[in-house]
Design a protein around this ligand. Structure first.
Ligand SMILES: Nc1ncnc2c1ncn2[C@@H]1O[C@H](COP(=O)(O)OP(=O)(O)OP(=O)(O)O)[C@@H](O)[C@H]1O
Ligand SMILES: [Mg+2]
Length: 237
């Protein structure tokens, strides 16, 4: 029997395991609770399971064991026909942007809402708002290839927030960006978090994590090896 998570939990994982078809155990016995409005860094060496955890939260991968509750949905038992309802509540910025190359910034941002069947005026207003939040109001007509790396990242964030999600997940949002642009992207994510959106950032950027002193969840070999408030990138002591 599965009990419901506490009402203000946006993410609740209980003893979650993910084993890929290759037999690789990418997550093992993961327990994690995130409350509404939290800002959390997910850290760990390459291969630790960060992107797998991100994929799990939007059911890009299914858990092999345990319970996954996200934004009011029991993801581990969610029928395929209802996965779109989950994805409407969760915005994801993927490790490699995944912008559609033949669509403009505006079209890339609108696409996420068009598939939900929203009305044209509603879509236009939401796209305009999202592009304004990320500072791309003037660049909606550009194609991804006509943008800098930082601008592409902003476009990916616009697409992730256009549906007004409860949870925003960014996987390595500063991976290929210079330090100044990286800080601008982080400030944008913090600003979005201040509007009440729960934010998870998977990152290797030790400077950013250590400077911001937020909650840090550390993965290694698919296990949560630390979960600390006001923490630095490397565990102290
Ligand atoms: N589709 C897949 N099939 C099999 N194994 C996979 C698959 N995706 C990831 N893995 C493996 O699972 C482990 C966790 O991968 P994951 O991508 O979650 O790590 P990560 O922490 O995001 O690493 P990085 O910091 O390099 O992005 C790795 O050992 C990886 O090789
Ligand atoms: Mg990754």
């Amino acid at each position: 029997m599965s009990t419901l998570p506490s009402s203000d939990a946006v993410v609740e994982l209980r003893e979650v395991g993910v084993t890929y078809p290759s037999g690789h155990r990418a997550l093992v016995g993961v327990n994690l609770s995130l409350h509404r409005g939290e800002f959390v860094f997910l850290v760990g060496p390459s291969g630790a399971g960060k992107s797998t955890l991100v994929s799990l939260l939007v059911r890009d991968v299914s858990p092999s064991s345990g319970e996954v509750h996200v934004a009011g949905h029991a993801v581990h038992t969610l029928p395929a026909s209802k996965v779109h309802l989950l994805r409407r509540r969760v915005g994801v910025v993927f490790q490699n942007f995944r912008l559609l190359p033949r669509r403009t910034v505006w079209e890339n941002t609108a696409f996420a809402l068009e598939v939900t069947g929203a009305a044209r005026e509603e879509i236009d207003a939401a796209v305009e708002r999202a592009l304004r939040v990320v500072g791309l109001a003037e660049l909606g007509g550009r194609y991804p290839a006509e943008l800098s790396g930082g601008e592409q990242q902003r476009a990916a964030i616009a697409r992730a927030i256009v549906g007004d999600p409860e949870l925003l997940i960014a996987d390595e949002p500063t991976g290929n960006l210079d330090p100044l642009i990286s800080w601008e992207i982080m400030e944008l994510l913090i600003q979005i978090n201040r509007t009440g959106v729960t934010v998870i950032v998977a990152t290797h950027d030790s400077n950013i994590v250590t400077t911001l002193r937020r909650r840090v969840v550390g993965l290694d070999g698919g296990r949560v090896i630390r979960d600390e408030e006001h923490a630095t990138y490397h565990r102290v002591g």
